[in-house]
Design a protein around this ligand. Sequence first.
Ligand code: NAD
Ligand code: UGA
Length: 463
Amino acid sequence: MKICCIGAGYVGGPTMAMIAKQCPEISVHVVDLNQSRIDAWNSDELPVYEPGLYEVVREARGRNLTFSTNVDQAIAEADMIFIAVNTPTKHFGMGAGRAANLEFIEKCARQIAKVSEGHKIVVEKSTLPVRTAEAVKRILSSSSNGATFDVLSNPEFLAEGTAIEDLLDPDRVLIGGESQAAVKALADVYGQWVAREKILTTNLWSSELSKLTANAFLAQRVSSINAISALCEETEADIDEVSRAIGTDSRIGPKFLKASVGFGGSCFQKDILNLVYLCEHFGLREVADYWEQVVIMNDYQKRRFAERICRTMFNTVSDKKIAIWGFAFKKDTNDTRESAAIYVCRDLLRERARLVIYDPKVSKETIVSELLTALSDLSGTISETDRELVQSNVTVVNDAYDAANNAHAIAVLTEWDEFRELDYERIYDTMQKPAFVYDGRNILDRQKLTKIGFEIFAIGKSN
Ligand code: NAD
Ligand code: UGA
């Protein structure tokens, strides 16, 4: 059995590494158009930071796991082809700002149709609008080599930062498809390490829609608790106490109730907007509005955080130094896509704050590029003033102490564990007074910090 995966990103890389590790008899070839990404997968500096990933890759690479840019060869040799390319929100033309851009999916389908011979199973691993498989099937059926295909939907539910645990022991594996033989072939791959009762099979459309729905429900929980956090700040209720109190109700459950500066990541917003677009397309206005509110609430939470900083620092942050701790969208990943930090930093820059940013896993290039994009207009153009603002007001450093040195305030934007264990007396001594702390993740010990002398503001806690 030979597997090919098109797309060596946050999903393709880790997912295929796990299949290769668990199924030594299957040859797994991951391909991408991006040469530098492939080079990184073949090196000791993987392009994706994920706890435990390096060990999994090292075990299988060179044995039955290959990374290359030989897309055509990998497709031609494979019995089963996973498509794990990006499906970002469209930022042009019809559906701009809502619909998923399916350009990369369609290009893959056309390439598979062109290069394939015999029979192949094509697996949608990317997150797609419901009924995309129909388009994929149509394109594949145009193959001029007489090749035949079965199309399956097998959405991925891993979360970044815990991808290896999630892949090793998933809550479920979902396979949607029409051909029982194809469904069985894919179920047999996962069956090598996942219990059979956790492998769910559905029709194609339920599988595609379940993925969008799962992300919408998860994001909705975060927006719901964040909405209540705003009320807590006004009423002296404490959001962590409220989360605990409601989470013990077994019908609600404790997960995804951590109030924060706002959810980020490449998928929650994109997938909800995609769902909203689909509902609009089918004339379901009320359903579209219902889900869009989850994104509106998230934007409000990010904006509210930056506004609270300005308001409590005597209504001006202009020329004040603010230490930004954490830039990734959550801990244990180097991924910054849609990170709340980007928007908080953008709003503070617009107020002319001086930002000194530290993240243990995100490079200076990535931080600067995210901020330039956030300050650009829809066509990607940035004004000279904003470009200069980033150049003059953003510094990236290698350590949290350095960032806080001489700062007027610290804003915690990612919940990295190391922020819990710092020497806060030392930090207090090096800061301007009053020394403000804005805990966007509720990870710091408020009592301890207040005793040292900090003025601490946290999400869903009144002062
Ligand atoms: P990514 O941007 O990290 O990786 C996609 C890769 O596909 C890129 O390296 C790109 O160069 C490559 N690519 C694009 N077109 C190509 C083509 N025609 N031929 C070869 N390579 C091509 O994206 P990702 O985060 O891995 O997400 C991929 C899909 O999985 C998305 O649909 C996403 O919604 C979904 N998903 C992501 C996560 C996650 O945690 N990131 C989790 C579940 C599902
Ligand atoms: C999410 C889903 O959890 C995965 O199941 C899904 O496969 C993936 O999206 C995807 O389709 O891409 P991910 O975005 O990697 O995974 O990470 P999450 O743990 O879901 O966190 C998303 C965001 O919500 C982060 O910014 C996180 O800090 C925030 N969050 C999460 C909270 O603010 N509070 C919470 O209680 C939980």
